[in-house]
Design a protein around this ligand. Structure first.
Ligand SMILES: [Zn+2]
Ligand SMILES: [Zn+2]
Length: 143
């Protein structure tokens, strides 16, 4: 289901961000994608004529504002996924599982699957959490 223009406008308003074509397009592309996208994939989907600097500034500001988050795997490629509409500005980081499909290579943002609690030894304090599972996604399962 495609994200409505109204919902996109509301999201920008809620984060006190000005409505610009690039911002709207990035939210649309990420909101409609079932898997995380790299900057250049987003650029391709938005279409030709997008100013790359504007695009990367938009990604940075969205990340800082908690509209999107980074998805990292063992490669150097940084991908982005949109945060769910309901998540609050501080609680969305690293709180859910990501899944890399070894067949299609897509990385899914499983925002509905929380990272399980991990018991750490005394005096160990975790500051970030990346929880990446690898396997075969729904689309790639044999019929
Ligand atoms: Zn797959
Ligand atoms: Zn995610």
């Amino acid at each position: 289901m495609s994200l409505s223009a109204e919902r996109i406008a509301q999201t920008l308003t809620r984060h006190a961000l000005r409505q610009t074509p690039v911002r709207r397009a990035v939210l649309q592309v990420l909101g409609d994608s079932p898997f995380a996208l790299s900057g250049s994939e987003i650029e391709q989907q938005i279409g030709p004529g997008t100013d790359r600097i504007t695009l990367y500034r938009t990604l940075k500001s969205f990340e800082e504002n908690g509209l999107i988050h980074r998805v990292i795997d063992s490669s150097d490629v940084i991908r982005y996924a949109s945060c769910s509409i309901e998540c609050s500005a501080h609680a969305h980081f690293d709180n859910h599982v990501h899944f890399k499909c070894t067949a299609c290579q897509h990385i899914y943002c499983l925002s509905q699957v929380p990272i399980p609690a991990v018991m750490l030894p005394d005096k160990f304090e975790a500051q970030t959490r990346d929880y990446l599972l690898a396997g075969v996604c729904r689309e790639c399962q044999p019929a």
